[in-house]
Design a protein around this ligand. Structure first.
Ligand code: DAT
Ligand code: MG
Length: 150
């Protein structure tokens, strides 16, 4: 089963939208298998966003993601990476479809509320940055057979 890293970003926490965001992913059918609240430091932020190093928005991105506490979580399910990103909507909220987290609740790319891994490979690396193996818990839910066909 696929896993993806989700970050409820500082703006979402400050705006009291953590429950709403987690709820949308949960109601979609994805299963929470790890979760913690932390405040990211610059070192972690630069590792997490290493691919964007050197881009014009990099410093602001690091400042934003470290500016207040976040919730880091791992969600699991069939095609969890794509399912989570579709639920979040496009990176730039101005272009994100209504019905998505970003499309419904945000307006600017620098305050887009949430992070989701962009591939299963990157998800595995990102999960390792935030969680030890023991912190990611495999468990069964009785409801799963009503969400996942087999
Ligand atoms: P995503 O978060 O949808 O995976 P990304 O990985 O391309 O998008 O970028 C990471 C974050 O960096 C994104 O959530 C917001 C910010 N960002 C990306 N492109 C930007 C840009 N052109 N200007 C300002 N911020 C940007
Ligand atoms: Mg990304």
């Amino acid at each position: 089963m696929e896993r993806t890293l989700v970050l409820v970003k500082p703006d979402a926490m400050q705006r009291g939208l953590a429950g709403e965001i987690i709820s949308r992913l949960e109601r979609r059918g994805l299963k929470i298998v790890a979760m913690k609240m932390i405040q990211m430091d610059a070192a972690l932020a630069k590792r997490h966003y290493a691919i964007h190093r050197g881009k014009p928005f990099f410093e602001k991105l690091v400042a934003y993601i470290t500016s207040a506490p976040i919730i880091a979580a791992v969600f699991e399910g069939p095609r969890a990476v794509d399912v989570a990103r579709k639920t979040m909507g496009e990176t730039d909220p101005a272009g994100a479809a209504a019905g998505t987290i970003r499309g419904d609740l945000s307006v600017e790319i620098g305050r887009n509320l949430v992070h989701g891994s962009d591939s299963p490979e990157n998800a595995e690396e990102e999960i390792e940055l935030f969680f030890s193996p023991q912190e990611v818990i495999s468990y069964e839910r009785e409801i799963d057979r009503w969400i996942i066909e087999s």
